[in-house]
Design a protein around this ligand. Sequence first.
Ligand SMILES: NC(=O)c1ccc[n+]([C@@H]2O[C@H](COP(=O)([O-])OP(=O)(O)OC[C@H]3O[C@@H](n4cnc5c(N)ncnc54)[C@H](OP(=O)(O)O)[C@@H]3O)[C@@H](O)[C@H]2O)c1
Length: 309
Amino acid sequence: MINVLFAALDVRWDEYRLPLKQAFEEAGLDVDLRQDFPPADVDYIVYAPNSPLQDFTPYTRTKAVLNLWAGVEAITGNETLTQPLARMVDDGLTDGMIEWVTGHVLRHHLGMDAHIHGLQGDWQHVAPPLARDRSVTVLGLGELGSACAQMLSSLNFNVTGWSRHPKDIKGITCLAGETGLIQALSTAEIVILLLPLTPQTENMLNAETLAEMPKGAVILNPGRGALIDDDALLSALDSGQIGHATLDVFRVEPLPKDHAYWSHPNVTVTPHIASETRAPSASRVIAENIRRGEAGEPFLHLVDRSAGY
Ligand SMILES: NC(=O)c1ccc[n+]([C@@H]2O[C@H](COP(=O)([O-])OP(=O)(O)OC[C@H]3O[C@@H](n4cnc5c(N)ncnc54)[C@H](OP(=O)(O)O)[C@@H]3O)[C@@H](O)[C@H]2O)c1
């Protein structure tokens, strides 16, 4: 019998209990899944960083901590965690992000706002450019960024992507490193942030980098709030250097009611809904990792703790 501790909020237990049990059965795993075990009896921990469990020291026989979230910035610095940490890569999460990003890119590309708000009798015959004449940059070419970049490329957008290590992705101009960032931003009429939050990526968009973008550029941030220097973004929005920012993630969530983003005419706030881990598909990912652990095979989606993602 494999003892699996579910260490996430109660609301997630209601959502995951049955899909996890089904996924374990399908994987042929004999699992005792509970919200409570004596720590020394736990083989695997299914984890969310907002769980009350923050001290991993007593979990002496635990073989891996399996995160339900893609983002791991809230756990990578936890020095009590010495076990392997896997993050969530789930096709439901990826599909959701592709849909959010594509929808918001098309909104800005087609200039839909003007028509949704109504032209009020002012017949302006201005056709939007074609996607092939629109440059879009995706910062971060990991699971989510590369999937979004490929979808946008398949819609004919001129897509540039930027990552830490050089990449070769068909149809995407791939750049890397510090000089690559400036080049990637210099053409970015629409930029999408899909970087993890690490000490290196915090405030990646700041007064200096925002100034590198074409005037009136649009920012979509479904990555993490702290990737952007908020004061610098608000100034760039006020000066017109940035035309619009569609933000899904914030330094403080829920975004405080008096935050300037709520009332800024050129900011769209979505409440961290760009993409969600989907219980049925995520449960299969967790089950596969436990199967691997039991078979002595390498775990999938391991976090590089030194890189922070
Ligand atoms: N809003 C939402 O609902 C939601 C949902 C899920 C995830 N997210 C966010 O999306 C982020 C990305 O997820 P993912 O699964 O795509 O992550 P991932 O697979 O780990 O990809 C991260 C990408 O960022 C690049 N990167 C990291 N540090 C960098 C640096 N210093 N300079 C340049 N590039 C850097 C990586 O480069 P290399 O490829 O060279 O390593 C990689 O391409 C998550 O960390 C999370 O914060 C948000």
